[in-house]
Write a protein that binds this ligand. Sequence first.
Ligand code: GLN
Length: 202
Amino acid sequence: MQALARYQGVEGVEVRTPKELATVDAIILPGGESTAIGYGLVDAKLLEPLQKFVKSKPAWGVCAGLILLAQDLDDGAAQPLLGGLDISVKRNAFGRQSKSAFRPMEVSNSAANCGDKAYFIRAPAVTKVRNGVEILAQVAADDEVPELGDNGAVVAVRQNKLMATCFHPEISSDDSWLELFLKDVCQVKEVSKVAAVPDFSV
Ligand code: GLN
């Protein structure tokens, strides 16, 4: 919401009910704990409306939001998902909370203006990418993903109007991924930055 407030041409509103969902053109599914969020969506009677929403309207899933948009989980575990993105996901592939870190990434041409370093918090990794899913970023080739024992895991993807990132650009106030979502995915033509990000560095 703070990041959206830095832009002219878009208005951010919180969505907690099906009625509120019906008023928005696109949605950002934030990070958190995907199991809890999934059951929360069931309780709020938002699971089905959101499943329908992401079939035709733009959505960006951040971390737990990426898990919700996944077609399935790597371990086959059942939890309420929205689906829509033809990927499989391994939860917590980047280890525990204490392993949270900035990681360098290799960003594809279609995300060329996006930041190539981002903060990963108990983040998932995309383990399978199927038909029509474009890879936007992978972790740097020499950076091992703790729970995968693998390098170069896929961490940002797009399929039509759905975009998802395993990392949290908002933590470092990096608006470049938000701009990609607004301009390329949502096709908002008249969007522009009106406020600077405060500099918290010391
Ligand atoms: N580990 C969380 C999950 O599996 C996601 C963490 C996050 O959103 N930062 O749901």
